[in-house]
Design a protein around this ligand. Structure first.
Ligand code: UDX
Length: 432
């Protein structure tokens, strides 16, 4: 059992803290957002993540997990400190690391015994080095410490499962002691551990996310060829994916990726490469293809409805992907703005994200069901592939719509089955 402090209670911090407590460690999660900590103490989660509330509740009850706004005390009481604060994008796309710096300074000033400071946030290469220098400069007296990089690969919506069953655990360290502590912390998790230097660990994270984003843009580029030739991108992806070297995952064509990780990490990786004197143009193209898929969906709506002025559009799904309420960099934001700019009115349904959508979307009417959204609408636009949409009674839907038109940005349905119901169904890269 180790005493651990996790700084930052966003997705990464909160899930990491709760999971480390579940592994048997004593964890205190710290945040400077007083309200958030008060809510967490009442077991009110600041975000929607399946199973997180139960995990938090159980571990608080067992006295293995607690919440605090007091970083100083938490540092003193912990041997290992995970930094999991946000690294938001600046206007030029580079990562804003000022929160990491502030936390590193505070840790240094609060330290009185050996500490292992582990970076969990996604950061550009060489951040570990800067954290080490910052801590050394701000130490009140000479105290031994180690810095390590231990990037997370959890996906929103399956964050807990991803944490307990990762494909690998990446540990970037400079000392045997740091390696040993981190290996011990993760010992209950049965996954291969790769130990590297700190810079390599930092790059593993950026390079992995960029590679996955590249896979998505690649299949989206191919879907454009399918569309022009009448080929079926679903079959193409299946056939490509059967090659073990390629793999089927992250080959789902559609309106592309959103969320707080891929767009921001791509930009940050491009930016840091450039800073190092390498123009990583491949990453730029990945971003461009991603943007063009959103525009393509709007064009499909225009092709189906001609003028959008005065039209009513039912949007199904707003979150950047299913099983999350996260709206950050969600494709729905750009798509809805473009539809509205062209004069359409939007009625939207999403099972989870409405509260957060209200903060970022303007002039949208929210409904309690997909049917309510569709009633009298000129067409349906599917943006997020929530499982519950698969259960929709399409016959009923077609009757509710003014015109039975569905534009599906996530290829959720079988085009032939839709046609059989008399629905004009347009999806991405399937040649209809
Ligand atoms: C991602 C990484 O997967 C994770 O390892 C990292 O720690 C954080 O970033 P996340 O952003 O939660 O996780 O979601 P993910 O499931 O990877 O999906 C990202 C985006 O790509 C979503 O908008 C999703 O709709 C899109 N996507 C994914 C596709 O368009 N096609 C696919 O085949 C897969």
């Amino acid at each position: 059992m180790r005493t651990i402090c996790v700084v930052g209670t966003g997705y990464v911090g909160l899930v990491t803290g709760a999971c480390l407590a579940e592994l048997g460690h004593r964890v205190v999660c710290v945040d400077n957002d007083v309200r958030k900590i008060q809510q967490l103490k009442k077991n009110i989660m600041p975000l929607y993540e399946p199973g997180l509330d139960v995990l938090v509740k159980n571990n608080v009850k067992r006295r293995r997990l607690s919440f605090s706004v007091n970083l100083k005390t938490a540092v003193k009481e912990s041997e290992v400190i995970f930094i999991a604060v946000v690294t938001p994008p600046r206007d030029d796309g580079s990562a804003d690391l000022s929160f990491i710096e502030t936390v590193a300074c505070e840790i240094a000033r609060s330290m009185d015994t050996y500490k292992l400071i582990v970076d969990k946030s996604t950061v550009p290469v060489e951040t570990g080095e800067n954290v080490e220098v910052t801590i050394r400069r701000n130490l009140v007296k000479k105290i031994p410490f180690d810095v390590a990089s231990n990037p997370e690969f959890l996906r929103e919506g399956s964050a807990i499962k991803d944490t307990f069953h990762p494909d690998r655990i990446v540990i970037g360290v400079k000392s045997k002691k740091a390696e040993q502590i981190l290996k011990e912390i993760y010992a209950p998790i049965k996954a291969p551990v790769i130990v590297t230097d700190i810079k390599s660990a930092e790059i593993i994270k950026h390079a992995s996310n960029s590679f996955l984003a590249m896979k998505i843009s690649y299949i989206n580029a191919v879907s454009n060829i399918c569309e022009r030739t009448g080929a079926d991108i679903e079959k193409v992806a299946e056939g490509m994916g059967m090659d073990k070297r390629i793999g089927r995952s992250f080959l789902n064509a559609g309106i592309g990726f959103g969320g707080f990780c891929f767009p921001k990490d791509l930009e940050a990786f491009y930016w840091i490469s450039r800073k190092m004197g390498y123009e990583f143009n491949l990453l730029k193209e990945v971003m461009e293809i991603n943007k063009s898929q959103r525009i393509l969906l709007v064009k499909k709506v225009e092709d189906a409805l001609w003028n959008l002025k005065g039209k009513n559009i039912a949007v199904l799904g707003l979150a950047f992907k299913p099983d999350t309420d996260d709206m950050r960099f969600a494709p729905s934001i750009d798509i809805i703005a473009d539809l509205q700019k062209a004069g359409a009115s939007i009625r939207a349904y999403d099972p989870q994200s409405v509260k957060r959508a209200k903060l970022v979307l303007k002039d949208v009417t929210y409904t309690k069901s997909p049917y309510e959204a569709a009633k009298g609408a000129d067409c349906i636009v599917i943006i997020t592939e929530w499982d519950e949409f698969k259960e929709i009674d399409m016959r009923r839907m077609a009757k509710l719509l003014k015109h039975p038109i569905i534009i599906d940005g996530r290829n959720m349905f079988d085009p032939a089955a839709m046609r059989a119901l008399g629905i004009v169904y347009k999806s991405m890269g399937r040649g209809e």
